[in-house]
Every structure is written in structure tokens, then in C-alpha cells.
Write a protein that binds this ligand. Structure first.
Ligand code: SAH
Length: 343
């Protein structure tokens, strides 16, 4: 049996061809799944009745069980979901003036081991399958009776370490007969897996790419993000330039501000020099403190100073408004838990 929310239009076409049906059935089934949101085939009235039992035998409609929901004072909602195998994951709903944005988890645990991040405290257990990411969106829409207009793959996990499933997920979200979330409303964030950034340059959808940089030189980045030892800044930036040449799309650079670690004037100038001439947009994120590590949030003054330097150096920059930190739903505060985990 296949998980139905794993299927892109392409995969449905292959399936229908294989069972001797016309590939156009793919286009019939997608609106039922993502517009009407039915969860049985006998509701799909324009699909012939004789096909229903075949589909029933081949596909299952999974669900995500919502264990808890935490609502922040700013309206941000964190959902704790249980997967079929008992693993727990989190998704975060942020209501913005431009719409509803969902932060989606891509892996159970994470192997990237960034020193400052809570998600990497638990080693990766497994990739999420496409359907488990799709269900985060569908379930939140159902539970909250909202339309998700933006999706960021910035929850637990490294999306480019689960590349194929994540891209199928984004392809499904974008399908015009389905949820139809615009390409530019979709963002994937990576800590810098160079070969995948190059591969992503050739991906046909115009999805936003965000890079977790967090340090302007290799020495500091090595100490914060082990991935930098495999793909140092020179290689990362060569990949970003390649990506830009191919796609002409502006890249978002994420930079968390950690007190007296990466937030000095020296680092601000260094960052400006590194980025000068590139078509990038810098998102400064005040660090969210995590119990298990010694890092602290940059002070308001240091944040401001860092921002001002970049601005004066002609870099396009914003200082991110933070959401959900009172319920540990902010960047880097999500963690994979298990039912038997007493934490
Ligand atoms: N693995 C991907 C996706 C995670 S996105 C990536 O690295 O991009 C989550 C973002 O939050 C990343 O930019 C991550 O570096 C950042 N982050 C991690 N811990 C944080 C913390 N404690 N405070 C603020 N941001 C944090």
C-alpha cells in the first residue's frame, strides 16, 4: 500500500499508466485530495466506480495525531504531532499580515549538530517521508480552519539531507489544482550542503533559498557549524554564485546574533565584505536561548549596531521580529521528542 500524500502528479501519472488507466486521472484526483480534502475514494464522484476498489487496495490516507498545541502570546501556535511509528515532530503556525505561514519539520532529529541549535541535540532518527510533511500542512489547515499561504522548511532537520522527499513535498504544495501555494511563497533553508545547492539550481520551481550562514569566516563558522568543515565558506559561496547565475534568484542569508560570539562590529564589516556585490538579502535573527548550551542573545544595542553597519555598507538587511519564543517555538528551539523521552 502506498501513502497517497507521497504522490506528485508525475507519480500518479506513472501509477495510472501502470494499471492501464489514462494519465489524466492524476489531474482528477489532485483536487479531491487538496481542495475538497476527502479521505475516501467513494467521494470522488467523477472517478468511475469500478476504479474505487482498485485505489482502495493500493493507497492509504494517513493522518497525523496532534498531541498538544501551544499558543504563544503573539498568536504563534506550536503543534506537537505523533507519526505512525510513534516519533514526535513539531510544526509552527505564524499568522502574519500577509497570510498564514507554516514552519515544517523535515527530519526526525538532525545530524548537522550546530552548536547553538536545540534540534540537533537528538541525532537524526530518519527522514520524514513526503506524506508526513504534506500532512503537517493539511492537518494544521483542518485543525485551525485556516488556509496556509506560505511554507518554510525551517523546522527540525536539514531539508537538503532529505532532498528528494522535500522537493516532492514542495512540488505537491505548489500544484495549481491542489493547495496551489505559489513558488515564491515556499522557502527552503539549508546549513550549506554544497552539492545539493548546485542540484537545486536546476530544479524547475522558483522556490526561495535561504542559507544559514551565522559567521563571516571559516574559523568562527567551523566552531559553530560542523558542516563548514566539509563545505567551507569559499565552496559555499561558489555554489551560491552558481545558483544565482542559473536562476537569477535572490538568496536569503540567515545570520543569528549570539552575544559576543558573532555579533561584534568586526564581524559585521567582515560579513558586509563577504556579501558585497551579491544579490542577497540578510535576515538577522536575535538568538533564541536554549537551555543546554551557553550561548546568549545579543543585546538590543549590539543587534542595532550590527544592523546599522550592514545597512551603511549597502547590504539589504532586516532584523527579524521574533515570534513564539515564550512557547519554545522560535528558530532553533524545536526538538524531536519521543514518547519515552522524559525530557
Ligand atoms: N537545517 C536547516 C533548517 C533549519 S532552519 C538550516 O540550517 O537552515 C532553522 C534556522 O534557525 C536556521 O537558520 C538555524 O541556524 C536557526 N537557529 C538554530 N538555532 C537557533 C536559535 N537557538 N536561535 C535562533 N535561530 C536558530
Amino acid at each position: 500500500m502506498e501513502h497517497i500524500y507521497n504522490f506528485t502528479e508525475e507519480k500518479f501519472k506513472e501509477y495510472f499508466t501502470k494499471i492501464g488507466e489514462k494519465p489524466f486521472r492524476a489531474k482528477q484526483i489532485i483536487p479531491w485530495l487538496y481542495r475538497q480534502k476527502v479521505t475516501s475514494f467513494n467521494e470522488m464522484t467523477d472517478i468511475k466506480k469500478t476504479l474505487w476498489p482498485v485505489l482502495e487496495k493500493d493507497f492509504k490516507f494517513d493522518e497525523l495525531e496532534c498531541i498538544t498545541k501551544n499558543v504563544s502570546s503573539d498568536g504563534t501556535v506550536k503543534f506537537l504531532f505523533k507519526l505512525n511509528d510513534g516519533n514526535l515532530i513539531e510544526s509552527v503556525l505564524m499568522t502574519q499580515d500577509y497570510g498564514n505561514s507554516l514552519c515544517v519539520t523535515s527530519e526526525v532529529g538532525c545530524n548537522m549538530a550546530c552548536a547553538f541549535c536545540a534540534s540537533g541535540l537528538k541525532k537524526k532518527v530518519r527522514n520524514l517521508e513526503t506524506y508526513e510533511m504534506v500532512l503537517q500542512v493539511l492537518t494544521v489547515e483542518k485543525l485551525y480552519n485556516v488556509k496556509i499561504s506560505h511554507v518554510v522548511v525551517m523546522g527540525i532537520g536539514e531539508p537538503f539531507d532529505n532532498y528528494d522527499n522535500v522537493l516532492d513535498f514542495l512540488t505537491i504544495l505548489n500544484h495549481p489544482l491542489g493547495l496551489a501555494i505559489g513558488q515564491r511563497h515556499l522557502t527552503v533553508s539549508t546549513c550549506g550542503l554544497v552539492p545539493k545547492i548546485k542540484e537545486f539550481a536546476d530544479f524547475p520551481l522558483q522556490i526561495n533559498l535561504a542559507i544559514s550562514l551565522h559567521a563571516p569566516n571559516n574559523k568562527l563558522r567551523d566552531s559553530l557549524m560542523p558542516i563548514n568543515k566539509a563545505y567551507p565558506i569559499e565552496e559555499l559561496f561558489a555554489a551560491l554564485n552558481y545558483y544565482y547565475e542559473k536562476t537569477n534568484r535572490r538568496i536569503t542569508i540567515e545570520y543569528i546574533l549570539i552575544k559576543e560570539v558573532n555579533d561584534s562590529e568586526k564581524e559585521a564589516y567582515e560579513l558586509a565584505n563577504l556579501l558585497r556585490g551579491m544579490n542577497v538579502y540578510v535576515n538577522l535573527i536575535p538568538y533564541n536561548e536554549v537551555l543546554e548550551n551557553p550561548f546568549r542573545r545579543s543585546t538590543k544595542e549590539r543587534q542595532r549596531k550590527f544592523y546599522d553597519i550592514l545597512k551603511k555598507q549597502g547590504i539589504d538587511v532586516t532584523l527579524r521580529k521574533e515570534q513564539g519564543s515564550d512557547i519554545a517555538a522560535a528558530c532553533g528551539q524545536l526538538r524531536s521528542k519521543y514518547l519515552d523521552d522524559k525530557r
